[in-house]
Design a binder for this molecule. Structure first.
Ligand SMILES: C[S@@+](CC[C@H](N)C(=O)[O-])C[C@H]1O[C@@H](n2cnc3c(N)ncnc32)[C@H](O)[C@@H]1O
Length: 224
């Protein structure tokens, strides 16, 4: 059975954050969310149908304020991206960029990525991005970490051969934790790489750099 389709509640990997939208953003959100969002629940998706073309599809889990997703979408028009985030202001910001750019290669899901995964076909993703995941440092909170064996297994199921799981974190302990978890997934191979120049600097990374932390990029490819 698919590990993440076992019935909730599984541990949520995010802190619910309540921040309202400005009246303008709220209007953008109301107008654009129905057009560019995918329902969290429903039948298995056919990405060619969703995007109207055959293209590599990347899954961006927890895009936060959206800066990284927007920069990547602008730089890689040939790639389709499904961004998942539970923080509405970030969703609204990306919707605004989608409209401004006249893009048809971005879709959003405003939900827990784990609730959406059952809609993603096995072997369908060219990449999964987990950039600066919430670290959940306290012992009794660590079960909430997004990078955990069942989630990595479920994401690996959905990567195509040669597809990439890219985790970036500036918490050394989370980097070591990720290495340990991924070592248990024999279909993934890789490890730390130099920080890719093309990875946009987001607010979270900037904050870490200001606090003297150095990001680690972990890059794993799905084996046949
Ligand atoms: C520390 S922020 C990093 C945001 C962004 N990736 C960046 O680099 O700026 C982590 C984000 O992941 C989101 N998140 C955590 N778990 C999630 C999940 N299971 N599904 C969707 N979003 C999630 C949180 O809401 C939060 O916005």
């Amino acid at each position: 059975m698919d590990p993440v389709s076992s019935p909730p509640p599984y541990a949520r990997s995010f802190r619910p954050r309540r921040r309202g939208l400005s009246p303008e953003r709220a209007a953008i959100y109301r107008r654009l969310a129905p057009r560019w969002s995918l329902d969290v629940e429903g039948p298995l998706l056919d990405f060619e149908q969703v995007f109207g073309r055959a293209a590599p599809v990347v899954f961006d889990i927890g895009f936060g304020g959206g800066e990284g997703l927007i920069d990547m979408a602008e730089a890689r028009l040939e790639e389709c991206v499904i961004g998942v985030e539970i923080h509405t202001p970030g969703v609204a910001k990306v919707l605004d960029a989608v409209e401004a750019g006249g893009w048809n290669h971005v879709r959003l899901v405003e939900a827990d990525a784990l609730d959406f995964l059952p809609r993603v076909p096995f072997g369908s993703l060219a990449g999964v991005r987990i950039w600066f995941p919430d670290p959940w440092l306290k012992n009794k909170q660590q079960h909430r970490r997004l990078v955990r064996p069942q989630v990595v297994a479920a994401l690996t199921d959905r990567l195509r051969v040669g597809g990439v799981l890219h985790v970036a974190t500036d918490i050394d302990e989370y980097a070591r934790h990720t290495e340990k978890v991924v070592a248990g997934e024999e279909r993934l191979q890789g490890g730390a790489i130099p920080r890719p120049e093309w990875r946009p600097v987001t607010r979270f990374e900037r904050r870490g750099l200001a606090a003297g932390r150095t990001p680690t990029d972990l890059w794993y490819e799905r084996l046949p």
